[in-house]
Design a protein around this ligand. Structure first.
Ligand code: PEP
Ligand code: MN
Length: 348
């Protein structure tokens, strides 16, 4: 349920509503909109919906609306306007600009990461991706350099004034990873790791939440709700391909998910065409499709030597073809009245 306050409602009227929400055993979630304040009434440990009549007669209350979707804070009913988050101080995600995140699947060495970061900075990319803790299907595959990789990423950030994003795999590592990075990534295999979702919900950095490879759109939004309900409003939803009967590609890119998520939720939607296809030759066309469908950003694997990559080489683009991809994507972005967020080339 949401309580919509009248335009110009006073602080004491808003506080009285918040106090009553606590008094009936629910949590208030405050959304100061451009025009009106909206307060979410979100329950925990209690499946009985709150009674709208509790709030309707209160001073300053315009209306009380039940949210029918099982996810509340993630829904457009709770927040009709798009959410826009500023990452690393200068990249607004969710607005008219399209955010670019690129970099290697895994941070393999300082030399490799700084070289790729340098190439990406030349292309004006503002967010560097790189895995430090790798969720590998086999326990015998490369597991990531751990904290050493985070130090390398942080060095690249300082050198090229980029923001950095990396995956966090365990709730006990959230604090440490959050100290280094600008965006925390939650991987497809952890989309329903509820303790981890809560832990990233309790820290202040934005979270890129990848759709579970067998998760429905509703399950993705409920996973986002776990993060939002802990107080972190900065969740980016990521479509990264799902499992189907098709074997020609690693996953099947669910292009429907982009406009469906945009209609159901105010949260930004990011597409990962690398994991969605598993093939370097498909990344450019799928990136263009994602932007045409309304995505707010792309996260793409780029490697200086894909043939030597320790993980996901087959789906990694070299910097040159990645630059050509950006030119093609920019043309699509302009066709849908948007543009890529790119800075002038940065050299250290
Ligand atoms: C990754 O981004 O390298 C990754 C492991 O992604 P996903 O969780 O989508 O498989
Ligand atoms: Mn990968």
């Amino acid at each position: 349920m949401i309580v919509v306050m009248r335009k110009g409602a006073s602080k004491s009227e808003i506080d009285a509503v918040i106090e009553r929400i606590h008094a009936i055993g629910y949590q208030p979630h405050h959304s100061p909109g451009e025009e009106k304040v909206v307060i979410g009434v979100v329950g925990t440990g209690n499946d009985r919906p709150a009674d709208p009549e509790t709030f309707r007669p209160m001073l300053g209350v315009e209306s009380v609306v039940r949210i029918m979707a099982p996810y509340k804070l993630a829904s457009r009913d709770f927040k009709p306007e798009d959410s826009v988050f500023t990452v690393g101080g200068d990249t607004p995600i969710g607005g008219p600009g399209i955010a670019l995140m690129a970099g290697p699947c895994s941070v393999e060495s300082r030399e490799q990461t700084l070289e790729i970061a340098g190439e990406l900075a030349q292309l004006g990319v503002t967010i560097l991706r790189g895995g430090a803790f790798k969720p590998r299907t086999s326990p015998y595959s490369f597991q990531g350099l751990g904290e050493e990789a985070l130090k390398i990423m942080a060095e690249a950030r300082d050198m090229y004034s980029m923001s950095i994003i990396t995956e966090v795999m365990g709730s006990d590592e959230v604090e440490m990873v959050s100290d280094y990075v600008d965006i925390l990534q939650l991987g497809t295999r952890n989309m329903q790791n509820y303790r981890l979702l809560e832990a990233v919900g309790r820290q202040p950095k934005p979270v890129l939440l990848k759709r579970g490879m067998s998760a429905t759109i509703e399950e993705l939004l409920l996973a986002a709700e776990y993060i939002l309900s802990q107080g972190n409003a900065q969740v980016l939803l990521c479509e990264r391909g799902i499992r189907t009967y098709e074997t020609a590609t690693r996953s099947t890119f669910d292009v429907n998910a982009v406009p469906v998520l945009k209609a159901l939720s105010h949260l930004p939607v990011i597409v990962d065409p690398s994991h969605a296809t598993g093939r370097a030759d498909l990344i450019a066309p799928i990136s263009r499709a994602a932007i045409a469908a309304g995505a707010d950003g792309l996260i793409i694997e780029v490697h200086n030597k894909p043939e030597d990559a320790v993980s996901d080489g087959a789906q990694s683009l070299r910097p040159g073809p990645f630059g050509e991809l950006l030119d093609g994507v920019e043309r699509i972005a302009q066709a849908v009245d948007r543009s890529l967020i790119r800075t002038p080339a940065i050299t250290p």
